[in-house]
Design a protein around this ligand. Structure first.
Ligand SMILES: [Zn+2]
Length: 258
């Protein structure tokens, strides 16, 4: 058997392992030992949690698909010395079922899960807003009347904002003078006036800047009426912004067709 981290399965010395419930989205899983997995979760009340699911890789596993990425679950966990152990799981929303059949939606969702995990820097730090954004984003992604690329762009801008990297698409990100402005630079934190413009700034169309503001605000009426060329330009600028702030690119981003 492969060596395992020092957690104790089952009950503790006195038989009283503290249990807690958690509403969560499964972000990622990886193998542990012969039959187990470590499940990375974004929970509603406890932030990011890594927990062990025992026996989940056995063909006779009682967990089914409840602990696979994208699943919105209600869990019971036992506190462990290092990693907590999942003792019960009930599916609330099987997002993977609707995303799995559509490549574009699935890859957009994968970027969302990876972004959520990356933006939270510490385990068990409550991140209610990130949780709500992720669940809302996954729900929008499974809705037929939303374009996956736009759901993703909106999610990325909003989750970065919650993490403290809110872009400005209105006032100049440097001097604050009121817009509209037509220069955009990720390192400056958004749009720049012509006085503050830095070398290498992008010069998007005015409509693209308006669209970016609408994606950030979740103003879907404005987003829906945008033209394809402005959507494409906005997507490029959102990617540049995300890459700048997450120091290295999101691995899953390469697979999104844009
Ligand atoms: Zn300025």
């Amino acid at each position: 058997m492969a060596p395992r981290p020092g957690f104790v399965g089952g009950t503790g010395h006195n038989g009283a392992v503290p249990l807690y419930r958690a509403e969560a989205v499964v972000l990622r899983t990886h193998k542990l030992g012969e039959a187990d997995r470590i499940i990375t979760l974004l929970t509603r009340d406890h932030g990011r949690v890594r927990a062990v699911a025992k026996g989940v890789r056995r063909t006779t596993s009682r967990w089914g698909s409840r602990l696979e990425p994208f699943t919105h679950v209600d869990l019971q966990l036992a506190e462990g010395r290092n990693l907590d152990v999942i003792t019960q799981a009930e599916t609330l929303t099987p997002f993977s079922a609707s995303l799995g059949a559509d490549y574009e939606r699935y890859t957009a969702g994968t970027v969302m899960l990876e972004t959520a995990e990356r933006l939270i820097t510490e385990d068990k730090q409550p991140s209610l807003q990130q949780f709500l954004l992720l669940v809302g984003g996954l729900r929008a992604l499974t809705s037929e009347d939303r374009v996956p690329g736009q759901v993703l762009d909106s999610y990325l801008l909003r989750s970065l904002s919650v993490a403290g990297y809110a872009p400005s698409f209105d006032g100049c990100a440097r001097c604050g003078v009121e817009g509209p402005h037509r220069w955009f630079n990720p390192s400056a934190g958004g749009v720049l006036c012509s006085e503050c413009r830095m070398p290498g700034s992008a010069n998007p169309a005015g409509e693209t800047v308006v669209l970016l503001g609408a994606l950030l605000a979740g103003d879907w009426t404005v987003v829906a009426s945008s033209e394809v060329r402005h959507r494409k330009e906005a997507t490029g600028l959102v990617s540049a912004y995300v890459h700048w702030h997450l120091e290295r690119g999101l691995r899953s981003m390469e697979y999104v067709e844009r």
